[in-house]
Design a binder for this molecule. Sequence first.
Ligand code: ASP
Length: 344
Amino acid sequence: MSTHRPRILIIYTGGTIGMIENPHTHTLQPFDFTHLIDNVPKVRKLNYEIDNISFNPPIDSSDMSPLHWVQIAKAIESNYRAYDGFVVLHGTDTMAYTASALSFMLENLSKPVIITGSQLPIGEVRTDGEENLITALQIAASVTPTGAPMVQEVAILFENYLWRGNRSTKMSADNFNAFKSNNYPPLARIGLGIHFDEDALYRLVEHRPLRTHYIMDPSVMFIDLFPGLTEATLRYQLDAPGIKGIVLKTYGAGNAPTGAWFTDAIKEAIDKGIVVVNVTQCVNGGVHKRYLSGDTLAATGAVSGHDITAEAAITKMMYLFGLGLSPEEIRDHFDHSICGEITI
Ligand code: ASP
């Protein structure tokens, strides 16, 4: 029998999960994760070796930026050999962006990076935070029958499901099951036990050492279509200074206005070297060749994002521009999966 005690590193960034009521003032304040076991005594029963690193100060995830992603990636890289898995505690609001960004930044990842948080502070009686934290730790420590890490990718654990990080979206501001990956099955279902779907889990074709990428170029933006969008507003956005890439959120299967006021403006931007990626506003499904309105957009040079989430599309662009690739090379990468973010 193995006597190995799983070693897990918790990286606490902030968010609702980290709040606890001060017994004297009755106000919510960030929880002290250096005293994790004292505050969540059940964790002791896991019999893991757990260490933690905290953002100082912890942040609301609305304040998350590429510099914070670098902080998390550095913490993982510098502790990669010493730990079996990593649990990142994070606010729910931008969790799907962080999960997507880390999936690109941590090339050749072969250990679990499990991101979780909660809807209610860990200090509240009905908190979902305690269960999410414990389940995330268990998933980070899970191994296959041959002893390899069960999860070898960035994933989001929330309530009853484990989702691929770069496929996830925050779906609810209230429900405990707040996340979903609309175009990819859950990596695990959490009920009485943790049931992994081994066919859904990401596996590297060839095992290579971890390679961390730290440059995430923020010269990107979303443009959201809506009936009533004017040429002036569209051109104003396309002319935003310094922008190199645009994730265009289109209708249905990737459809957009067919008038010259729209297609000429998009084509001019692309001809100037801006990369335009077409993603659907729908929560489920992707961009398909089905309607003339999709074809006219494709004819401008906008590339299909296939079934990618908006969160993964914008962070993939930041990553690819960060690598210093040309617009042509970046467009080509949107036709390929880097780490399981699209179905081709
Ligand atoms: N505003 C919080 C955050 O994202 C919400 C949460 O943690 O659920 O940091």
